[in-house]
Design a protein around this ligand. Structure first.
Ligand SMILES: C[S@@+](CC[C@H](N)C(=O)[O-])C[C@H]1O[C@@H](n2cnc3c(N)ncnc32)[C@H](O)[C@@H]1O
Length: 302
């Protein structure tokens, strides 16, 4: 098949995330949930919903993310302090899961998560009614994340999940074979890759049966970087002034933390080359951290 070439990407500026530090950070985080799951399994036996529930409860027992005057927003609305943090996290997770589930095309037979962490999203997706008999693939960087995802799957024979090592810097989907209609998704994992390579998109397009890709990633500030307010805030920052609004504060934080800077720019170049169609962008749809709102981006092969 001849491929239309994609123009070169924007120049990469500034420092990028330290990959080993990222791995250590998440491996330690997911190991803590693995301990919770293993202890609960010993106590209660293999009940997937209960064991996942124990891990989610542990996550909810942490501190609410507070960023000065800014509150987390879901669908543009600030969340109230009058309901417990656990409810916010349940709402946040439910928006992620339903957003993906509602966009699975008829006949989806394979669901692949990139950067799947401890498996909470993909497992919640299966539990909440995504196709029971589809293949589920949890592709993750850390050993602890993969082990916990596999442990969840071991508790429910109908949940057919494969967990594999995956690195966005060397994306490899070659173990995924067969032509099942395939949806690929990511939630808050591309954020860890300061600059993705075009190779990632090429490799996703080459997955047999690939039909749609869904991201929820903190890239809202990439949607219209030339907007007057964004330009004005960049100028304000140079003058040492505080961010003008929540979106500006979020852009500054994403930049400072070396979160992804080129997902939308990359997808738009592939679209301009006639290789993909961007079906949907919903800016700052959902957030747990007020300054890390996730934007929905949906695309498919052209
Ligand atoms: C914020 S967590 C999100 C996990 C999961 N997607 C979720 O929403 O619960 C970020 C994930 O990205 C993974 N990650 C970091 N660097 C990666 C890389 N180079 N390749 C693949 N995944 C990576 C981390 O191990 C971690 O599991």
């Amino acid at each position: 098949m001849s491929q239309i070439s994609v123009s070169a990407g924007q120049p990469q500026t500034g420092r990028v995330k330290d990959v080993e530090e990222v791995r250590r950070h998440y491996d330690a985080g997911w190991r803590a949930y693995l301990d919770v799951a293993e202890a609960a399994l010993k106590e209660e036996g293999p009940n997937l919903a209960r064991i996942l529930g124990h891990c989610l409860a542990t996550r909810s027992s942490g501190e609410r993310k507070q960023r000065g005057r800014f509150r987390p927003r879901i669908g543009g609305e600030p969340l109230s302090d009058r309901v417990p943090h656990a409810c916010h996290l349940a709402y946040y997770t439910s928006v992620l899961v339903e957003t993906i589930r509602n966009r699975l095309p008829e006949g989806t037979g394979r669901i692949v998560e990139m950067g799947s962490g401890w498996g909470a999203v993909i497992t919640s997706l299966w539990l909440s009614g995504a196709p029971r008999n589809a293949e589920y693939w949890a592709l993750e960087y850390t050993d602890a994340g993969r082990r916990l995802s596999s442990l969840f799957a071991s508790m429910e024979p109908a949940y057919k999940l494969e967990s594999r090592a995956f690195d966005y810097h060397q994306p490899d989907f070659s173990e995924i074979t067969g032509t099942a209609k395939t949806v690929v998704f990511s939630t808050y994992s591309i954020e860890q890759i300061t600059y993705i390579k075009d190779e990632l998109i090429e490799r996703i397009l080459a997955i047999p049966g690939f039909a749609r890709c869904i991201h929820v990633e903190p890239v809202g500030w990439q949607v219209d970087p030339g907007a007057p307010l964004a330009r004005f805030d960049r100028f304000a920052k140079k003058l040492g002034l505080p961010p003008l609004d929540q979106a500006a504060a979020s852009r500054r934080r994403c930049w400072r933390k070396r979160k992804n800077r080129n997902l939308l720019e990359t997808l738009r170049r592939f679209e301009a080359a006639g290789r993909i169609v961007i079906e949907e962008i919903d800016t700052d749809l959902v957030a747990n951290d007020p300054l890390n709102p996730g934007t929905l981006v949906v695309w498919r092969p052209a």
